[in-house]
Write a protein that binds this ligand. Structure first.
Ligand code: SF4
Ligand code: SF4
Length: 441
C-alpha cells in the first residue's frame, strides 16, 4: 500500500513504524474472512482492511480522530485473528495500538465514557480496588434490571454487574512478594506474573501454577514491585499508564534476572503474555539500558504451557475420563502463536480434548471489550458457547482469565488449563469441578 507521510511526520518513531506496517498491506482482503466484527456486522469498515484504511487516513492527514474512526477502531477486539490470516505479515497489533493512543490524544469522548474508561483503567489493575469494586457489583447484581433504558451506558452498566461474580474469593497468600522454593532438587528459577484481575477473580490459578512448578523442581519468585502488565491501559490507548506499569515489571524482573538469575518469566494469563512479549517493541525508543532490559524481559516471557512442554510434565493420577473443550484464547493462538502446547499437555494429563468449530473466533472477552462493547461481545459469546456445546464436553478449559469469565456462569464448568494439569499431577480438584464431579477426584 502506498503511503504519503512527509519526511517530517516520519521523524516520529510511532509514525515511522506505522508507515512500515501500512506499506506491507497489499489490500487483498483475506483478513476479512476471519475477522469476528466483519463476520457479525458485515461492514468493510469493521474489517481489518477497512480499519487499516481509516487509520492510514487519520495518521497521514494528522487530523484529530473523527467519530467514525473511533467507532470502528473501538469495535476492534484486538483479537489479532487478522494477523494469523494475513499472507503479507501485516503487524496489525502495532498499528491498532498506535491508533488507539492517537485517538486518546486527539479525540474528546463523551463525558460519561471518559469517566468510565478512566475508572476501568484505574481500578482493574489494582487488585485491592478491583476486589472492592467486584464486591459492590456483586451486591448490585440482583438489581441489574433496575438499570433503565437501552443506551450504551445502561448496557455497559448491566454488563459490568452481570460479569461480576456472585461471591469474590478471599485473597491468596501465594501472590504476595516472596520466593516459593523448589521441592527437591532445584532445576530452574522463574518469576511468576501474579497479575491483577486474575488474582482477584480466581486466585486458584496462581496457586495451581506455583504448586505444579515447585513440585517439578522450579523455584518461583513473585517479585516485589511487579504487578499489572499494562495491557488493560494499553488497549484503551492509555499510553502513559501502560508504560508506567510495564516499566515497573521490567525493573522488578531485571533485578531478579541480574541477581539470582531467571530461566523464564511465567505468565498464566495469555492476554498479559502477549503484552509482556511485546515489551521490547514498546520500549524500543527508551534509553539504551531500559530498552535492553525490556528486550530481555520480553525474551524471557513464556506462557505456562510453553514452559511446561519443555519441562517434562507428567500426570500422577489415573485419567478421569473427562472430555475437555479447549478454547484457544486469541491472545494465545493469534498473539503468541501458542496453539499445540496446551492441547498436548491436556491430552498427556489424560483428558479427551475436543476443539469447537470456529476456534479462530474471539469469545468477546478481549480485556475490557465485554464491558465497553457489550452487544457485540454477547453475540460472540453466545456463538462461541453454541459451538462448544456441539462438542458435548464435560467442561471448558482456557488459558486466559478474560475468556474464563466470559464463558463461565453457564451449565458447563470453566477451568484454567493449569488447574487441570495441577489436579492430574497431584493437586486438588479445581473448585468449579468439585461440585459437578464429586467423587471423581
Ligand atoms: S490480509 Fe493482510 S495484506 Fe491482505 S488486506 Fe488484510 S492486512 Fe492487508
Ligand atoms: S484484531 Fe480482530 S476484530 Fe480487530 S480487525 Fe483484526 S480480526 Fe478484526
Amino acid at each position: 500500500m502506498q503511503t504519503l507521510f512527509t519526511p517530517e511526520q516520519l521523524r516520529d518513531p510511532a509514525i515511522a513504524s506505522s508507515n512500515q506496517i501500512l506499506r506491507t498491506c497489499v489490500h487483498c482482503g483475506m483478513c476479512t474472512a476471519t475477522c469476528p466484527t466483519f463476520q457479525l456486522l458485515g461492514d468493510e469498515l469493521d474489517s481489518p482492511r477497512g480499519r487499516i484504511y481509516l487509520i492510514k487516513d487519520m495518521l497521514e492527514t494528522g487530523r484529530p480522530a473523527t467519530e467514525e474512526v473511533v467507532r470502528h477502531v473501538d469495535r476492534c477486539l484486538s483479537c489479532l485473528s487478522c494477523m494469523t490470516t494475513c499472507p503479507s505479515g501485516v503487524n496489525y497489533m502495532h498499528l491498532v495500538d498506535h491508533a488507539r493512543a492517537y485517538i486518546e490524544d486527539t479525540y474528546q469522548r463523551p463525558f460519561a465514557e471518559r469517566v468510565l474508561r478512566r475508572v476501568l483503567g484505574a481500578i482493574i489493575p489494582r487488585p485491592w480496588l478491583f476486589r472492592l469494586a467486584l464486591m459492590g457489583a456483586g451486591v448490585a447484581r440482583p438489581f441489574k434490571w433496575l438499570i433503565p433504558g437501552q443506551s450504551m451506558l445502561a448496557q455497559r452498566l448491566r454488563a459490568m454487574v452481570s460479569l461480576a461474580p456472585a461471591t469474590v474469593p478471599p485473597a491468596s497468600a501465594v501472590e504476595t512478594p516472596q520466593v516459593h522454593p523448589a521441592i527437591g532438587l532445584r532445576k530452574a528459577r522463574v518469576a511468576l506474573l501474579a497479575g491483577c484481575a486474575q488474582q482477584v477473580l480466581s486466585p486458584s490459578i496462581n496457586e495451581a501454577t506455583i504448586r505444579l512448578l515447585t513440585r517439578l523442581g522450579v523455584e518461583v519468585v513473585v517479585a516485589r514491585e511487579a504487578g499489572c502488565c499494562g495491557s488493560l491501559n494499553h488497549h484503551m490507548g492509555q499510553h502513559d499508564a501502560a508504560m508506567a506499569r510495564a516499566r515497573a515489571n521490567i525493573e522488578a524482573w531485571s533485578q531478579e534476572a541480574e541477581g539470582q538469575g531467571l530461566d523464564a518469566i511465567i505468565v498464566n494469563a495469555s492476554g498479559c503474555g502477549t503484552t509482556i512479549k511485546d515489551y521490547g517493541f514498546m520500549f524500543r525508543e527508551a534509553p539504551a539500558a531500559l530498552a535492553a532490559k525490556a528486550a530481555t524481559v520480553a525474551e524471557l516471557a513464556r506462557d505456562i504451557t510453553e514452559f511446561l512442554t519443555g519441562f517434562g510434565y507428567a500426570p500422577q493420577r489415573e485419567a478421569p475420563g473427562l472430555t475437555v473443550a479447549y478454547h484457544s484464547a486469541c491472545s494465545l493462538q493469534h498473539g503468541q502463536r501458542v496453539t499445540t502446547d496446551p492441547k498436548t499437555l491436556l491430552s498427556r494429563a489424560g483428558f479427551r480434548v475436543v476443539e469447537p468449530a470456529e476456534g479462530h473466533l474471539c469469545c468477546g472477552s478481549a480485556g475490557t471489550y465485554n464491558l465497553l462493547q457489550p452487544v457485540i461481545a454477547t453475540q460472540l459469546r453466545d456463538r462461541k458457547l453454541a459451538n462448544i456445546r456441539r462438542t458435548r464436553p464435560d467442561l471448558i478449559a482456557a488459558g486466559n482469565i478474560g475468556c474464563l469469565t466470559q464463558l463461565g456462569g453457564e451449565e458447563l464448568p470453566v477451568v484454567h488449563t493449569i488447574e487441570l494439569l495441577d489436579w492430574m499431577a497431584g493437586g486438588p480438584i479445581p473448585l468449579s469441578l468439585a461440585g459437578p464431579l464429586a467423587g471423581r477426584g
